[in-house]
Ligand binder design. Structure first.
Ligand code: ATP
Length: 308
């Protein structure tokens, strides 16, 4: 078969009058770190729950690792690890006891998988601590340890860095990359932060109002960000007239600058400066303004068809 690890076809979920997921098609390939990006309420958790067979789709179908995800919870779950919303653990049991419980539930006889996963998640020092006394970051790590104990081929994570401090975010990012690079684990995760996932993901899908608006390779991102040249001059109307006459369309921004909007403008700042000098209104400032990732993401979801 192909190397498709997750395939969803015209998947929908309706809750009374809310269409949480709307005829969504999704393909995740082996080895991808696929980030599903969306604002609050976009439908991420609903989609993930359907991928995991936790809720039944209103329409459409899901295949995971080549096996259909059935309405009675059937699926290739021995090869899948997941972390959805707040990781639940038995608070009175230690970290180690919690992991042994998961080991037994997964019918793994080798006891050393627990030490192994404790080490991989940097939890060895907390092994004998009560799970209920863990910091949020370590509780999240315990959740990941439970998801990884059986060395799954596919890991599905809903907002895995939610609530973590910056150091925790970096740790999780490093761990996920390591899993993908060294163990070939395919990872599907959701997030509402493009800047964060852009550092980890190889592929990004943008979900909004339950629809997949856009899918792209993370490497394509820099080319998608808009650039414009911002110009200040003492006589702005004269500068604008000169630039327009020279074939550089521009518009006033923030009261004291012009945005030169043509796609070539950022690469031709020297020519723009020459035009202004020749017209007798030399620039007092020339800046290339690059869209940041979050602005790009907001543009995608607020302006339909806005990509470029
Ligand atoms: P967040 O980042 O806030 O968790 P999300 O992208 O995961 O958001 P979902 O939780 O999937 O979004 O919700 C999508 C839509 O479906 C929202 O409008 C939500 O209110 C609605 N919804 C989700 N679960 C239910 C439910 N059990 N009953 C009714 N409506 C629901």
């Amino acid at each position: 078969m192909t190397d498709t690890v997750i395939a969803a076809t015209t998947l929908s979920k309706r809750y009374r009058d809310v269409l949480a997921v709307d005829q969504l098609d999704l393909h995740v390939r082996a080895g991808d770190i696929y980030a599903l990006l969306g604002l609050n309420g976009a439908g991420k958790t609903t989609l993930i729950r359907m991928l995991l067979g936790m809720i039944r789709p209103t329409a459409g179908s899901v295949t995971v690792l080549g096996a259909p995800v059935g309405s009675s919870g059937t699926g290739p779950w021995n090869s899948v690890g997941h972390l959805v919303e707040t990781p639940a653990a038995y608070p009175e049991l230690t970290v180690r006891q919690n992991l042994h419980l998961v080991r037994r539930l997964r019918r793994i006889t080798a006891r050393d998988v627990v030490d192994d996963v404790l080490e991989r998640l940097d939890l060895t020092g907390y092994a004998d601590r009560r799970a209920g006394a863990l910091s949020l970051g370590n509780a999240q790590r315990l959740g990941l340890a439970k998801a990884l104990i059986h060395r799954p081929r596919l890991l599905i994570l809903d907002e895995p860095t939610n609530g973590l401090d910056p150091a925790g975010v970096v740790e999780i990012r490093t761990l996920l990359r390591d899993l993908a690079d060294r163990h070939g684990t395919t990872i599907f995760l959701s997030s509402h932060l493009l800047a964060e996932v852009a550092r980890t993901a190889t592929r990004i899908g943008v979900i909004h109002h339950g629809r997949l608006l856009q899918q792209l390779d993370a490497a394509e991102l820099p080319d998608r960000l808009r650039q414009r040249l911002l110009v200040s001059a003492r006589d702005l109307p004269a500068a604008r007239a000169a630039l327009t006459a020279a074939g550089y369309p521009c518009e006033p921004v923030d009261g004291h600058r012009l945005a030169v909007t043509g796609p070539d403008a950022p690469r031709r700042s020297d020519d723009v400066a020459t035009v202004l000098v020749r017209a007798g209104c030399p620039p007092t400032e020339l800046v290339i303004d690059r869209e940041d990732l979050e602005r790009y993401f907001l543009r995608l979801v607020t302006e339909p068809g806005a990509d470029r």
